[in-house]
Design a protein around this ligand. Structure first.
Ligand code: 5GP
Ligand code: MG
Length: 204
């Protein structure tokens, strides 16, 4: 960490020359993650039966790999006993930026029956990913399902589920731009960039 708590890479000319501009700073991300975690905890505790009384009732399901950084910050702001079950979904095979629909690439977490499941993803775009994951998790008959996304893009969804039922918790609404950083990649890179940023058009 360099002076002032900035990531050594952020704002350093030459380190990430393809980064165009910051949309959301790390300070705003941290603040919002804190707020989302507090709301999630309140809502989970208010759940009928009370999740505090029954240990291990909450399972967070981050969608890999994009949600890894968001989820790791989020769960550490949640003072609740919870389980973590990862699921891998791909939606941008190869270099294409156009959504090809979502494909599950991993085993699903098992034993979600009767649990309060929180799906965590980096960004809601077409909605295909969250719609698919909600559906297949629903087949295990959990007590409840919610989804929390850091970003929601202002685009027409191809998913048929209305936005409020796709993701109940949304960090930021963003315009229709391709973003990287804080877990989001382009061709596998930039996940470690600490802010949400756009890439120069000539880098895409
Ligand atoms: P959806 O299925 O909603 O179209 O897309 C969700 C997934 O597409 C996200 O989990 C993310 O992996 C990827 N995605 C959508 N928009 C962007 C973007 O602007 N940047 C990056 N890096 N990934 C995106
Ligand atoms: Mg993803």
């Amino acid at each position: 960490m360099s002076e002032g708590g900035r990531h050594p890479a952020a704002g350093t000319p030459g380190a990430f020359p393809e980064i165009e501009r910051t949309l959301i700073s790390r300070e705003r991300i941290a603040q919002r993650v804190h707020e989302l975690a507090a709301r999630l905890c309140d809502d989970l505790r208010a759940q009928k039966g009370g999740v505090e009384s029954a240990a291990g009732q909450v399972v967070m399901v981050p969608i890999m790999s994009g949600a890894m950084i968001f989820a790791s910050d989020l769960v550490r702001e949640m003072p609740l006993k919870l389980g973590l079950g990862l699921v891998a979904v791909s939606s941008y095979p190869g270099k294409s930026l156009a959504s090809k629909g979502a494909v599950i690439q991993s085993e699903l977490p098992a034993d979600l029956a009767g649990k309060h499941v929180v799906i965590v993803d980096d960004i809601l775009d077409s909605g295909q990913t969250i719609e698919l994951v909600r559906k297949i998790i629903g087949e295990q008959k959990p007590a409840s399902i919610r989804a929390c996304v850091l970003l929601r893009k202002d685009v027409p969804r191809t998913a048929t589920t209305p936005d409020e039922q796709l993701a109940e918790y949304v960090g930021f609404d963003i315009p229709d731009e391709f973003v990287v950083g804080y877990g989001l990649d382009y061709n596998g890179y930039y996940r470690n960039y600490p802010e949400i940023a756009t890439l120069r058009k000539d880098a895409l």
